[in-house]
Ligand binder design. Structure first.
Ligand code: FES
Ligand SMILES: [Fe+2]
Length: 471
């Protein structure tokens, strides 16, 4: 990748081409639980902008500039009162929509407050996450994805900090081969104890542990197809070892959702949709929404499991660069590929932070297993250019009128070799039919075996020396 393209695709601050593109989409900026405190005021840094999020007594939420419009004091330490956030310096008061409501140090007849406004952005809450729209003009709807449509009790949200550029965090999520290495466990766990954990359960319809499949089949066949929401990624592992005759294939279907999200299976009936939102160019948060098709989510268990690995209030990992991720050589030799324990989020974290704060993609050697990454970069660079020329990217999901659900529905299961499309279609039809909330929705576009009409499986250009050549 050319250095200039690497800059274009990684930088998202105000006024950058990548930033203009990102600002067309709603961004997750906080968990709802962060506002469930005695003083619901949370400093937020997103896309390189310093803001403050707060909730008024009447429940309205505001996202405004962190710097006071008077002389720049830090409003995140302001007084939450009288319908807004009041600056501690001279008492100016700002409402959730950025209007200045009071300038108490000015003469009684001062009209100053009518002329002053502070930067503010529209916000909305959905299923445990506060979303903000940092673009100009009318915000689009949230797209009609399962995670937004599901009833709140069928979802659970969490987040975590990564000490590197957002694109590294996204790219690990669209790279199906790494799971056989980075997330390898030498011993299988009891799959009955897998609730809420990734890669620990048995695949749909079998009792073959995921850990065994990933460990023993390290060369998946990878297919990818462009879709209206981004990309569908298929990893196939034909099961032909240990007495298996190759008539069955492990099928793992995941999705890239623009601009910076993925949807992957946690278990047979639970999907994770995860966004990788830039804090700035050298750090990001992942926000995940877990969506269950069959039963309400045990949020307390899910939260407890995840709180073990982070420190609050920043959701920063306990294992990090500063403590060398608590790496254990003994464990690396005998139990795990990484020596970093059994939380796969930590493995991914070390992998992407290990690439540096902003990975220099002019030095890499892309391989066949990177095909979805190559496609993503092409699509994203194209979208950035389109937006810079005043156009609209094709992967913006604004309309919710014509479709009630776009999934996209991931899958992890074992089906007949050579028939993954039929197997996928049948499996998701069965799963949705049994779902209390999804059975009545149209599983349109994103779910059928062929995906979007006319979309084709991406040709394999990985052997080409100019895999990045966009011409
Ligand atoms: S700096 Fe905020 S009121 Fe003066
Ligand atoms: Fe991973």
């Amino acid at each position: 990748m050319r250095a200039e393209d690497n800059r274009k695709i990684t930088e998202t601050g105000p006024g950058t081409p990548g930033g203009d593109w990102m600002r067309l989409y709603w961004q997750p900026v906080a968990l709802t639980e962060e506002l469930d405190t005695e003083r619901p005021v949370v400093p937020v840094r997103v896309l390189g902008e310093d803001l403050v999020l707060f909730r008024n007594d009447d429940g309205t939420i505001g996202l405004i500039d962190r710097r006071c419009a008077h002389r720049g004091a830090d409003l995140s330490l302001g007084r939450l009162e009288d319908g807004g956030l009041r600056c501690y310096f001279h008492g100016w008061l700002f409402g959730p929509n950025g209007s200045c409501l009071d300038t108490p140090a000015e003469p009684e007849d001062s009209k100053l407050k009518q002329k002053v406004r502070i930067r503010s952005y529209p916000v909305q809450e959905c299923n445990g996450i506060v979303w903000a729209f940092l673009g100009s003009g009318e915000p689009p709807n949230l797209p009609a994805l399962d995670c937004f449509i599901a009833p709140e009790e069928y979802t659970f949200a969490f987040k975590g900090y990564l000490d590197c550029n957002w694109l590294q965090a996204l790219e690990v999520g669209i790279d199906p081969a790494h799971a056989s290495y980075l997330h390898r466990f030498e011993e299988d766990e009891d799959t009955d104890d897998s609730y809420g954990k990734q890669f620990r359960n048995a695949s749909l319809g079998t009792n073959l542990p995921m850990t065994k499949i990933l460990r023993e089949y390290g060369r998946p066949e990878i297919l990818n197809a462009r879709t209206e929401y981004g990309q569908r990624i298929v990893a196939l592992r034909k099961l032909d070892k240990d007495g298996l005759d190759g008539s069955s294939t492990h099928v793992r279907i995941t999705h890239q959702v623009f601009p910076h999200g993925i949807t992957i299976p946690l278990s047979a009936t639970m999907a994770i949709t995860q966004w990788h939102v830039p804090i700035d160019d050298v750090s990001c948060y992942w926000y995940a929404m877990f969506t269950s098709l069959d039963e309400p989510v045990d949020k307390a268990t899910m939260r407890e499991q995840r709180l073990e690995g982070v420190t609050l209030p920043d959701y920063k990992p306990v294992r990090n660069r500063a403590n060398n991720y608590q790496f254990s050589y003994e464990e690396q030799r005998t139990q795990t590929y990484t020596g970093l324990g059994r939380d796969i989020n930590v493995h991914d974290q070390m992998a992407v932070e290990g690439q540096g704060y902003i990975y220099d993609r002019s030095r890499e050697h892309l391989s066949r297993s990177d095909r979805a990454i190559v496609t993503y970069r092409r699509m994203a660079l194209q979208a950035i250019d389109t937006v810079a020329e005043g156009g609209s990217p094709e992967t913006l999901l604004m309309d919710t009128a014509d479709v009630e659900s776009r999934g996209p529905i991931p899958l992890d299961g074992i089906g007949p070799t050579g028939q993954w499309e039929e197997y996928w279609a049948q499996s998701i039809a069965d799963l949705r039919k049994a779902s209390p909330w999804a059975s009545g929705l149209h599983a349109a576009l994103a779910t059928g075996p062929a995906g979007v009409p006319d979309s084709e499986v991406e040709p394999d250009r990985s052997q080409s020396p100019d895999a990045y050549d966009r011409s």
